[in-house]
Design a protein around this ligand. Structure first.
Ligand code: CP
Length: 310
């Protein structure tokens, strides 16, 4: 990846500029067609440390590293099966693992953990989600998917739907749209989980238009992208608060009927019931292609932080 800025740790989307994401997406396109036998990261070792569950982020990072010819060591339930259970801090853990591996992918339950890890790590840290904070590599693959599906990232009207308060993917993606032009964001969330005032203030400062909407059916005909998200049960204080927020906004066949023919439906996944299975067969349902794109974007990121880029 040729970028204006060399990024050592990937902890938040604010580190990227427009030229940087254009370069990253070009590198991801190249990864899509990387001939077998080209192993630019041969001899490099990636550690994945996950204190929270994951299917896509951990396995796509590991697939990315293996596809580039590198190797992987992993702890997939670090909260229980690493020395965190004995009281070891995340700072000490990355200091140690940074002596074993050339880069670390870290998912942690505390907001800010990736920043704390990056401050002491001897090797690059890639934030795979820090509590309700950020999930920068997900946002990058989301925007890459929009470009791949629609052919552009500017001049779009995008509905961010669901849990915008705890949903780190929606928070990171909204911030990433600051690098685009002519974007309008529509926030459609249950009252308990609105988009944070911090993100709304950042968008205002960057001149990104946004508005809050309550009627998903009414906005569907006017949007290019529906970015649906899961209501994050694990981040609610009580089951009653979760029950009040779930099931309010569902993308189903009736919703698809109102969506334009050139629009796409994205979701960072996993889904519970906020996208009906009947939607999967529609060509506008792009969420499984989106998940696959994660491998290509993460290959490009690994190549960049490990210094093997073009
Ligand atoms: N999108 C996402 O972060 O999925 P996982 O929790 O499965 O990694």
């Amino acid at each position: 990846m040729t970028a204006t800025v060399t990024i050592r740790h990937v902890v938040e989307v604010g580190q990227f500029d427009r030229a940087g994401i254009e370069a990253l997406f070009a590198a991801a396109d190249r990864m899509r067609d990387l001939p077998r036998g080209q192993d630019p990261l041969r001899g490099h070792l990636l550690a994945t440390i996950f204190y929270e569950p994951s299917t896509r982020t951990r396995l796509s990072f590991e697939a990315a590293m293996l596809r580039l010819g590198g190797q992987v060591l992993s702890t997939e339930n670090a909260r229980e099966f690493s020395s965190a259970i004995k009281g070891e801090s995340v700072e000490d853990t990355v200091r140690i693992v940074g002596g074993y591996a050339d880069a670390i992918v870290l998912r942690h339950h505390e907001q800010g953990a990736a920043h704390r890890a990056a401050a002491v790590s001897p090797v690059p840290i890639l934030n795979a989600g820090d509590g309700p904070g950020e999930h920068p590599t997900q946002a990058l693959l989301d925007l890459y998917t929009i470009r791949h599906e629609l052919g552009r990232i500017d001049g779009l009207r995008v509905a961010l739907v669901g849990d915008l308060r705890f949903g780190r993917t929606a928070r990171s993606l909204a911030r990433l749209f600051k690098l685009t032009r002519g974007t309008e964001l529509l926030f459609v969330s249950p009252p308990a989980v609105p988009m944070g005032a911090d993100v709304r203030a950042e968008l205002d400062a960057a001149g990104v238009r946004w508005r809050e909407e309550t009627d998903l059916a009414a906005v569907l005909p006017e949007v290019d992208v529906v970015y649906q998200t899961r209501i994050q049960k694990e981040r609610f204080a009580t089951p009653a608060e979760y029950e009040a927020a779930r099931g309010v906004y569902v993308v189903d066949a009736a919703a698809l009927a109102r969506l334009g023919p050139g629009a796409v439906v994205l979701h960072p996944l996993p889904r519970v019931d906020e996208i009906a299975v009947e939607v999967d067969a529609d060509p506008r349902a792009a969420y499984f292609r989106q998940a696959r794109n994660g491998v290509f974007v993460r290959m490009a990121l690994l190549e960049h932080v490990l210094g093997a880029g073009a």
